[in-house]
Design a protein around this ligand. Structure first.
Ligand SMILES: Nc1ncnc2c1ncn2[C@@H]1O[C@H](COP(=O)(O)OP(=O)(O)OP(=O)(O)O)[C@@H](O)[C@H]1O
Ligand SMILES: NCC(=O)N[C@@H]1O[C@H](COP(=O)([O-])[O-])[C@@H](O)[C@H]1O
Ligand SMILES: [Mg+2]
Length: 398
């Protein structure tokens, strides 16, 4: 039971990170009458444009984060990105705040080391071989240990930032420099992972709620340079693969605990399913659920974290998503997004324009979503709709 937003009796949700995924979380929370507060490191972030109010702070600064939380006293603190002062969230949880799904889940998934060690060493889940390095010399040793090709990633980064494939020992220095430029926080540590030659990769959206643990239909996706380009649902899998994927997702989400939606990333090799990583929050590849399921991943997250039941999740139709990315940097006055007329003329298609105030090379700005009778058809339509979208730049800044 709770009162109207902006009243003394409101249920208050504070989102830490305000990108395109958070924007949909805010919209779903508002549909249930929740008061919403969006926070990020820059102004006019997508979710801020939909929230009741917003704040720009450095979320990696524990003191600044604590000050804002103590000022607002939200009922729910909802991390939307990894780069947050998670030790402060752990303290605040001990003081009685509700961190979604748990402060420990946010802490462990904040860097690749925490979650990888939990999955591989504590839970014994199948993962790529891995090693860590804090300097170029240590990286050379780690690459020698894991072998080439291998994948090198900053321990704190997302959407493929700073990630590269190291094909020969001669590539190591370049990979190191790339990782140092791409990491989100000022940390130099990297993970080296064995390169897995998978047939396909999926996200298994897993919901923990008062109704128990439920799995959505698997979402297949294609990534380029460590970032997602295209996703579809359902992804065709054998019964055995589904069982194993659910076993892995069940184990990792159980260990992280709490209520909410998790995106469990898995690689499907001919004879093995590998755990890759997990987001304790809606997943970018899961945007497709806005057209495929009766409850999107965002609606599911909000329901679960508010403690409401989720008796069923229905896949209504096959569907696909295809992203639009910027290819250069431009300020808000220097770009416009066009082609919506043509994109929306593609049957059974929708577009989400995130409303990000600036472009950067590789930044995701919008997504096309399509449904159809088959996944193949939906993928074609989403790709076609996205191909009509374009970013027009006023001044060339290459
Ligand atoms: N060990 C690996 N072997 C083969 N491919 C890999 C490996 N690790 C990552 N990749 C590829 O790179 C993609 C991105 O990797 P990962 O999910 O670790 O990065 P990320 O920056 O956390 O991405 P996001 O935040 O978008 O999930 C994977 O989805 C996969 O396509
Ligand atoms: N793979 C994680 C992911 O997709 N996260 C989403 O991207 C935003 C950051 O985008 P930006 O870097 O363009 O600001 C995040 O806030 C989140 O919504
Ligand atoms: Mg990933």
């Amino acid at each position: 039971m709770y009162g109207a937003p902006l009243s003394g009796q409101a249920k208050k949700m504070m989102l830490l990170g305000s990108g395109e995924l958070g924007k949909e979380v805010i919209i779903e929370a508002q549909r249930l009458g929740v008061e919403t507060i969006a926070v990020d490191r820059y102004a006019s972030a997508p979710a801020m444009q939909a929230a009741h109010r917003s704040y720009v702070i450095n979320m990696l600064d524990g003191e600044e984060l604590r000050r804002l939380i103590e000022q607002e006293k939200p009922d729910l603190i909802v991390p939307e990105i990894e780069a947050i002062a998670t030790p402060t969230l752990v303290e605040l949880e001990q003081e009685g705040y509700h961190v979604v799904p748990t402060a420990n889940a946010a802490r462990l998934t904040m860097d690749r080391e925490g979650i990888r060690r939990l999955a591989a060493e504590t839970l014994g889940l199948p993962t790529a071989g891995y090693a860590f390095a804090d300097s170029l010399d240590e990286l050379r040793a780690a690459v020698a240990q894991i072998g080439t090709p291998c994948v090198i990633k900053p321990i704190m980064s997302s959407s493929g930032k700073g990630q590269s494939v190291c094909r020969t020992p001669e590539d190591v220095e370049q990979c190191w420099n790339y990782a140092m430029e791409g990491g989100r926080a000022k940390k130099t540590r990297v993970i080296v992972e064995e390169f897995i030659r998978f047939d396909s990769e999926i996200t298994l959206l897993t919901v923990r709620s008062v109704s128990g643990t439920t799995y959505c239909a698997p979402i297949g996706h294609i990534q380029k340079d460590g970032d997602y380009i295209e996703s579809w649902q359902p992804h065709a899998m054998s019964e055995q693969q589904i069982q194993e994927a659910q076993r892995i997702a069940g184990a990792i989400t159980e260990a992280l605990g709490g209520a909410g939606l998790y995106g469990v990333e898995l690689f499907l090799a001919p004879d093995k399913v590998y755990f890759s990583e997990v987001s304790p929050r809606p997943h970018d590849t899961g945007m497709v659920t806005m057209v495929t399921q009766d409850l999107s991943e965002f609606a599911l997250h909000v329901r679960a974290i508010l403690g409401f039941p989720i008796p069923t999740i229905r896949l209504l139709t096959p569907g696909a998503s295809y992203t639009l990315k910027a290819d250069r940097e431009a300020s808000a006055e220097e770009f416009r997004i066009g082609g919506l007329e043509q994109a929306l003329a593609v049957p059974n298609s929708q577009v989400r324009v995130f409303g990000k105030p600036e472009t950067k090379f590789g930044r995701r700005m919008a997504v096309a979503l399509s449904s159809a009778d088959t996944v193949d058809e939906a993928r074609k339509q989403a790709a076609e709709a996205a191909s009509h979208l374009r970013i027009e730049y006023a001044a060339l800044k290459l």
